[in-house]
Ligand binder design. Structure first.
Ligand code: HEM
Length: 476
């Protein structure tokens, strides 16, 4: 799909229409256009698609798929609550540290073996959301959590089928048995219901122990919230709350842990970059500590690596669709009401107008001459841009920062033996399911070497290598 978009871009320029089924899809290929378009009210809507309204409500609920005053109220509420629960603040750091320590333990168990990236990486990210939403932290082996993860996977796969009904909406009118046969809609409904029941149970528990003076988390705050209730379009219901929570998990978990997983792939493929990062971490955080938000300034190379991974992986390559809520003039064209507006994010992230040698993994592009991190804005929109920009961006950044330090401070990641150690073709296939791939985690004994028992003969080699590194770091 990205290649086709690139071809269309070459042929038609930065804005063109691609009709898919009955849908008029407008693609934007320049950062400036995306910035201008998504700052406009008339391009803030989500399309009337099953993807955004999986429960097929009269009006879409929650935050990611809703529109108008209901979306506005829920977005404000959710942002405020995520901040109250510590997003972007030091109050959440200890919660993320807890997950980071869990992650270190699980990586330790896998050290020295070639295996898929541990499931614990997903757990860490999902647990942070559970903590903020419902004051729950699951044990990594909890069967209830495993069931929840499975539901998320199933749901993710099923949305693929509903896309056909969004692109060809007349298919919604074919007989139900045929629709179920072709698009597994009955399965989508069953999975959706299981998800909802999951959240309803947690909401019920919260209602029974609610203390209006001491809201514990996002669910309590929603139950007590009255903002926007004077407006007819604003809905407050268990279903709306359940869908809002669903949106946070759906939008905020796979995106974040896949970014971290891709960081591991990239740094396994580019050992020199991994070594540089580990040296920086050693200098900034000697001893056995995890970082706080204040340490960001002393870890510019880590910031650079994370930004470069976000750019190169472009996990949301076509952006999340917006819809024109009325006929609009834009960039010299008339965009008819109902057109679907797409951000060609992956294309922009590889556009040589914004990036020198865009195909190269080159974290240094994010550093100035003194090695300080400089946040470049033009041409960078992994979280979208404008009124509907990702509302969990600072949470994702916090998690990525702390969890990445936990991983690379304690472990060295390498490709499984037999795979070429450096892969120069740097663009991963966005269709890859990261957790299905393998990496090899090597214990990083730089910091812990005195504490650890040496169990395997091959570990000695790694210690020798690590010892040399320690000497090098200590040199003035
Ligand atoms: C690396 C991690 C992440 C990436 C790359 C990412 C990316 C995005 C993108 C591209 C959008 C669409 C913006 C648009 O419509 O133009 C979005 C929306 C959204 N994101 Fe994220 N996101 C990440 C993490 C998170 C986290 C941690 C949360 C919260 C727990 C979150 C919650 C949301 C929500 C609720 C929306 C919908 C906002 C709305 O429709 O108003 N995201 N994200």
């Amino acid at each position: 799909m990205e290649e086709q978009l690139d071809d269309l871009n070459k042929e038609h320029g930065d804005i063109y229409v691609w009709r898919m089924g009955t849908q008029v899809m407008v693609f934007l290929h320049s950062y400036e256009m995306c910035k201008e378009a998504f700052a406009r009210q008339e391009f803030t809507h989500r399309p009337d698609w099953l993807f955004f309204n999986p429960s097929n409500e009269k009006v879409a609920l929650g935050v990611g798929g809703s529109n108008g005053p209901h979306w506005h109220t829920n977005r404000r509420f959710t942002l405020r609550q995520l901040k109250n629960q510590g997003m972007g603040k030091s109050t959440l750091v200890s919660g993320i540290h807890e997950q980071a320590n869990m992650l270190i333990g699980k990586f330790q168990e896998q050290a020295g073996k070639s295996a898929a990236v541990p499931y614990a990486i997903r757990v860490a990210v999902v647990n942070v959301i559970w903590h903020m939403v419902a004051s729950i932290t699951y044990d990594v082996d909890d069967p209830k959590l495993k069931e929840f993860m499975q539901l998320m996977d199933d749901f993710g796969e099923m949305t693929y089928y509903s896309t056909f009904l969004d692109i060809f909406p007349w298919l919604r009118n074919i007989p139900a048995f045929l629709k179920n046969r072709l698009f597994a809609l009955d399965q989508v409904e069953i999975t959706d219901q299981k998800f909802m029941n999951y959240f309803y149970e947690v909401i019920k528990e919260h209602k029974s122990s609610l203390d209006p003076e001491n809201p514990r988390d996002l669910i309590d705050s929603y139950l007590l919230d009255t903002e926007g209730m004077e407006q007819e379009e604003v809905i407050r219901s268990d279903k709306d709350l359940a869908l809002l929570i669903f949106d946070l998990f759906f939008a905020g978990s796979e995106t974040t842990y896949s970014t971290l997983t891709f960081a591991m792939y990239y740094l396994a493929a580019f050992p020199e970059a991994q070594r540089k990062l580990q040296e920086e971490i050693d200098r900034a955080l000697p001893g056995d500590v995890l970082p706080t938000l204040e340490d960001r300034a002393s870890l510019p190379y880590l910031e650079a690596v994370l930004h470069e991974v976000l750019r190169m992986t472009s996990l949301v390559p076509g952006g999340v669709q917006h819809c024109a809520s009325r006929d609009t003039h834009f960039a010299g064209y008339t965009i008819p009401k109902g057109s679907i507006i797409n951000t060609a994010a992956a294309s922009i992230h590889y556009d040589s107008r914004y990036w020198d040698r865009p195909e190269s993994f080159f974290p240094e592009r994010w550093l100035d001459e003194e090695g300080k991190f400089c946040a470049k804005k033009e041409g960078f929109l992994p979280f979208g841009v404008g009124k509907r920009v990702c509302l969990g961006e600072s949470l994702a950044r916090m998690e990525l920062f702390i969890l990445a330090v936990a991983v690379f401070k304690n472990f060295t990641i390498s490709p499984p033996p037999g795979t070429p150690s450096t892969r120069r073709s740097t663009q991963p296939d966005p269709a890859d399911v990261p957790r299905a791939k393998e990496v090899r985690i090597l214990r990083n004994l730089r910091v812990r070497k005195l504490k650890m028992k040496i169990e395997e003969a091959c570990m000695t080699i790694w210690i020798m290598v690590e010892d040399l590194r320690m000497k090098k770091i200590e040199e003035p």
